[in-house]
Design a binder for this molecule. Structure first.
Ligand code: ZN
Ligand code: ZN
Length: 381
């Protein structure tokens, strides 16, 4: 069952302000990565999630260009390559070697051990799905059709000719990695074996169907459940639906990004829906009960007498559910008071009579112009 992923703000993840400089971000990240490192929190899944979250945030915020894109567009600005949730902890460390300076290094070599071969994980794929605002409000299931490099059916992804077996790599004795002593034996550097490219084994007879890659292009179709309340640019991650890894390696993930169609009446503000409803000046003055559109139909709205142009009336719980809490927002109706452009003789007469009842009985053409009033105001009287 695919689960919607929502991302925390990167600055929040690292507990730094938006103005924090590169040095501070580096310092905070190093501290947090040490704290949450799985070696120090064995068996603690939460710590591992936090560790990956920090790495992802650091990867973006430590790069001035990515950070600028993130500042301007949020996660959507840096989407795609920056989801570390699936990554191996050892891989994350090898990406940030400069930061840790080998303090916790070597995990990749020692942790896996046991002659276990390690085939490269396949690439993540990205696609987009467009929703109507109504679909956002209700949640929806969408069928996604896409093409991906999938495991080869003939060789089951091994890349070896059926009936033949890959043989262990001689150079790394099947471990996929080779260790080197660095700088006079100060530390040990573990690198991917160049002979088998980390797989631990080499193919002698290639599969004819995939020429040894273990993969072939295939059409796929998945149905995903999109929860109510998602926002433009958020992604739903489907684990294992990315490209297959080479030589039987694990598949990447598919990230389905959400796009939301513009609605002709409503605009979304957080979990609220905003719309404008015109009423006549008589309705505004006397009050009225009118029918207003809602996302799912229409609703009765009471306009109190004396309602002013631009005033806001809320329809409770007629907005969009919050994607995390499920609590539904409101519909915010902004009232636009329309002044008639044409009046009949009778209407004119009635309005003049009405004007005669007001204390300030000046009507056109005797009325002081708006500009004069403004000037008086600016003079300060
Ligand atoms: Zn094959
Ligand atoms: Zn090897």
């Amino acid at each position: 069952m695919p689960v919607a992923t929502t991302k925390r703000d990167y600055y929040e993840v690292l507990s730094v302000t938006r103005t924090a400089d590169g040095e501070e971000i580096k310092r905070v990240y190093r501290r947090m990565a040490m704290k949450f490192h799985p070696d120090r929190n064995p068996g603690d899944a939460q710590a591992e999630i936090a560790f990956k979250e920090c790495a992802e945030a650091y990867e973006v915020l430590s790069d001035p260009q990515k950070r600028a894109r993130y500042d301007a567009h949020g996660h959507a600005g840096v989407s795609g390559q920056h989801d570390f949730s699936h990554m191996d902890v050892g891989d994350i460390f090898s990406m940030f070697e400069d930061i840790f300076g080998g303090a916790l290094g070597g995990r990749g070599g020692q942790g896996r051990g046991g002659g276990q071969s390690r085939a490269a994980r396949g690439f993540d794929l990205e696609t987009q799905v467009e929703l109507t605002l109504l679909e956002v409000a209700t949640g929806v299931e969408k069928k996604i059709d896409f093409e991906k490099q999938d495991h080869c059916e003939k060789c089951s992804g091994s890349g070896a000719k059926p009936g033949s077996m890959p043989v262990p790599c001689v150079q790394c004795a099947g471990r996929g990695q080779v260790a080197q002593q660095g700088f006079g034996g100060m530390f040990r550097m573990v690198t991917t074996c160049p002979n088998c490219r980390g797989r631990g084994q080499v193919i002698k007879d290639f599969c004819t169907s995939c020429s040894g890659s273990g993969r072939q292009l295939r059409k796929k179709s998945v149905t995903i459940k999109i929860p109510a309340g998602v926002h433009e640019g958020q992604a739903v991650r489907i684990a294992g639906e990315g490209e297959a890894g080479e030589a039987g390696g694990p598949s990447g993930d598919l990230h389905v990004y959400i796009a939301v169609q513009q609605h002709n009446l409503f605009s979304r503000h957080n979990d609220d829906l905003v719309c404008q409803v015109p009423i006549s000046f008589v309705q505004a003055a006397l009050g009225a009960s009118i029918e207003v559109p809602t996302l799912k139909g229409s609703d009765k709205l009471d306009i109190p007498s004396g309602t002013q142009h631009g005033e806001i009336i809320k329809l409770k719980n007629k907005g969009v559910p919050n994607v995390r809490s499920g609590k539904t927002g409101d519909q915010i109706v902004q009232i636009l008071v329309e002044i008639p452009k044409k009046l009949t003789e009778k209407q004119k007469q009635l309005l003049k009579e009405f004007a005669g009842t007001e204390d300030d009985a000046s009507v056109m053409p005797q009325r002081k112009s708006f500009m004069d009033k403004l000037k008086d105001k600016l003079k300060g009287d």
